[in-house]
Ligand binder design. Structure first.
Ligand code: ADP
Ligand code: MG
Length: 260
């Protein structure tokens, strides 16, 4: 076989195997390999590494699209100095994702604006980067989806949908009181993930006031808290809203006629 026909056959193999990134990189890499007199195995390793990187990137992009995170934050974006009530070491430990291995839940509890969603999204991002299937929803969205599913006869499918991701983020529990049916949906989602898959949940309600989420159904609230807290890390965030604080700092600086 001539050099050219070998090259053509190689291109054809790569395209048959759907190794588009390797096919694209091939001419440049062959040239480099000749110049640098790479061994055949070193050349092959480099070529395959290009394809592996492309496939990994594609997988991550698919996971990220599916996860529907509301913002691009990572845990590293969190300003711990501005929020001394958050234990930096604990968040660092969570970011190693060991909690995913034993289906531990994480609860972020605190008033609006203190960074609960940001930290939840940061953990979700870490999960996606690690290749775990992750899904973000607010409690209100979850209730609405389940309501539609019940009407359209898709309840079981929808429950499987929420059971499936390795990590489920349920944001803003307690912001809006859930209708009884919504509370039941949330209860079922939490129950079926119990000891199987982690939930990261954020709420503005202290644990003692959880009955409110469930229209004061203390039994359901209690049963759900049992499952949530049995294996869990609770992060209570205190203090005032991050935006309010920076707003105040700017206002004060303006009053004093200095830049913040
Ligand atoms: P919550 O979910 O507790 O209501 P968010 O996570 O939505 O609060 O935070 C509100 C806004 O303030 C977001 O834009 C978030 O990025 C920012 N923010 C909050 N806390 C911090 C922090 N410690 N460091 C950096 N940004 C923060
Ligand atoms: Mg939030």
């Amino acid at each position: 076989m001539s050099a050219n026909s070998t090259y053509q056959a190689l291109r054809a193999h790569l395209s048959f195997l759907r190794m588009g990134a390797a096919a694209e990189a091939l001419p440049g890499m062959l040239e480099e390999a000749t110049k640098a007199t790479l061994s055949p195995s070193a050349f092959l390793e480099r070529l395959l590494a290009v394809e592996v990187a492309a496939v990994e990137e594609r997988r991550r992009a698919t996971l990220a699209r599916f996860a529907s995170l509301p913002s691009p934050f990572t845990v590293a974006d969190f300003d711990f100095d501005a929020q001394p009530s958050v234990d930096r070491k604990l968040i660092g430990e969570l970011a190693t994702l060991r909690f995913i291995e034993d289906a531990t839940n994480v609860l972020f509890i605190g008033p609006p604006g203190v960074g609960k969603t940001m930290l939840a999204v940061g953990l979700a991002r870490a999960c996606i980067d690690a290749g775990y299937r992750t899904y973000y929803t607010t409690a209100a969205d979850l209730a609405a989806k389940c309501h539609r599913a019940a009407l359209e006869g898709r309840w079981a499918t929808t429950m499987r949908f929420y059971a499936n991701p390795r990590l489920l983020i349920i944001d803003e529990v307690g912001y809006l009181p859930l209708p009884a049916e919504g509370a039941a949906a949330l209860f079922q989602v939490i129950s079926q993930r119990y000891l199987k898959g982690s939930v990261v949940l954020t709420t503005n309600l202290g644990i003692a006031s959880w009955g409110k989420v469930f229209g004061d159904d203390v039994m359901v609230a209690g049963a759900m808290l049992d499952r949530l807290l049995h294996r869990s890390v609770v992060v209570t965030i205190e203090g005032e809203s991050y935006r309010m604080r920076s707003h105040r700092a700017r206002a004060e600086a303006a009053r004093k006629g200095v830049r913040p």
